[in-house]
Design a protein around this ligand. Structure first.
Ligand code: NAP
Length: 278
C-alpha cells in the first residue's frame, strides 16, 4: 500500500483550519494539525471523531519561528517528509492607519506573512528533492483589494500573496505547487470577535465612518460562508490533480477579488512569469 501523504495544517483549533484538517484526513492524508495551545484541541478532535478520522495534534505558534521549524522537523521524523503545508493560521487587527502603531503592523506581518514565509522555506528543500509538494496559504479577499479599517491585515495579506505568487513559477519547476485560497466573510472566531467599536474612543474623528463600516460588515456577516465550506476549497486546492495559483471560496469572494484582479485563478501571471525562467 502506498504511504499516506503527510500534511501539516497551522491554526487548527477553530474555523477554516479545523475543518481543513478534518477534510484532509477524510481525503486519506496523514494530518498533523497544529495549534498554539494543544489544550484547545477538543473541538478538532470531536469533529474528527464524528467524521471517523484520526488526526495527530502538535503545538506550533507561527510567531515562534524556532519552535515552529522544530515542530516541522519532528513531524518529518515521525511521519515522513511533509508533502502538504497548509498555512492557515491568521489574525486580524482592525483600525485605520492612524490607530495602528508599529507593534500592530509588525504583529500582522509576524503572523500573516513572516510566519508563513518561515514555514514554507523550511519544507521547500524536501519537497524540491521529492519533486512534489503542495504549499497552500489561506490568504483573503483582502489580499486582492484593501478594505477600510483593515489596513494592517490587508497589508500583510497582500504581502503573503506577493511572496507566494513570486515563488509559484519557480517552485513549479521542481514539482511543487503553490496556491493561495481567498475566502471572503466566513463565520469563524475571527469574524465573531471583530468589534470595530472597541478600536475607537468617543472623540475619534473616524467614529462615523467606522460605524458605517461596521454596519456594512455586519450585513456581510449575516451572509457569511460556513467555515466547513471554505475549508472544502482549501482541501481541493491541496489535493487536486490540476493545481492552480488562486482559489476563491465563494461567489462573494470571486466578486470581491474580481474588483481588483481579472486573473482570478492566477494562471495568466504564473504563465507569463514562467516564460521569464526559460
Ligand atoms: P479563526 O477561527 O480565528 O482561526 C484562526 C486560527 O489561527 C485559530 O485557530 C488561531 O488559534 C490560529 N492562530 C492565531 N495566531 C496564531 C499563531 N501565532 N500561531 C499559530 N496559530 C495561530 O479564524 P478563520 O477565519 O478560520 O481564519 C483562518 C484563516 O482564514 C486566516 O488566515 C484568516 O486570515 C483567513 N480568512 C478568514 C476570513 C473570515 O472571514 N473568517 C476571511 C478571509 C480570510 P488560537 O486558538 O490559538 O487563537
Amino acid at each position: 500500500m502506498a504511504e499516506k501523504k503527510v500534511a501539516v495544517v497551522t491554526g487548527t483549533s477553530s474555523g477554516i483550519g479545523l475543518h481543513t484538517a478534518v477534510g484532509l484526513a477524510r481525503a486519506g492524508v496523514q494530518v498533523v494539525a497544529t495549534m498554539r495551545d494543544t489544550g484547545m484541541a477538543g473541538p478538532l478532535l470531536a469533529e474528527a471523531a464524528g467524521q471517523g478520522v484520526e488526526i495527530a495534534v502538535r503545538g506550533l505558534d507561527v510567531t515562534d519561528r524556532a519552535g515552529a521549524v522544530r515542530c516541522l522537523d519532528e513531524v518529518a521524523e515521525e511521519y515522513g517528509p511533509v508533502g502538504i503545508l497548509v498555512n492557515n493560521a491568521g489574525q486580524c487587527i482592525a483600525g485605520t492607519l492612524e490607530e495602528l502603531d508599529d507593534a500592530a503592523l509588525q504583529h500582522m506581518l509576524d503572523v500573516n506573512y513572516l510566519g508563513v514565509a518561515a514555514l514554507t522555506r523550511h519544507v521547500l528543500p524536501s519537497m524540491r528533492e521529492a519533486g512534489a509538494g503542495r504549499i497552500v496559504t489561506v490568504s483573503s479577499n483582502g489580499a486582492a483589494h484593501g478594505e477600510p479599517f483593515l489596513d494592517a491585515y490587508c497589508g500583510s495579506k497582500f504581502a503573503v500573496e506577493g511572496l507566494m505568487q513570486s515563488l509559484a513559477p519557480v517552485a513549479a519547476r521542481f514539482g511543487v505547487a503553490v496556491s493561495v485560497v481567498e475566502p471572503a466573510f466566513t463565520a469563524t472566531k475571527m469574524t465573531e470577535n471583530m468589534d470595530f467599536s472597541r478600536v475607537f474612543g468617543p472623540d475619534d474623528p473616524y467614529n462615523g465612518l467606522a460605524e458605517n463600516f461596521a454596519r456594512h460588515a455586519n450585513g456581510l456577516m449575516a451572509q457569511a460562508q460556513p467555515a466547513a465550506e471554505a475549508a472544502a476549497v482549501v482541501v481541493e486546492a491541496a489535493m487536486t490533480d490540476s493545481p492552480r495559483f488562486r482559489w476563491q471560496t465563494s461567489e462573494a469572494a470571486r466578486e470581491l477579488v474580481g474588483l481588483s484582479i481579472s486573473d482570478l485563478d492566477g494562471g495568466n501571471v504564473i504563465s507569463a512569469m514562467s516564460t521569464w525562467l526559460d
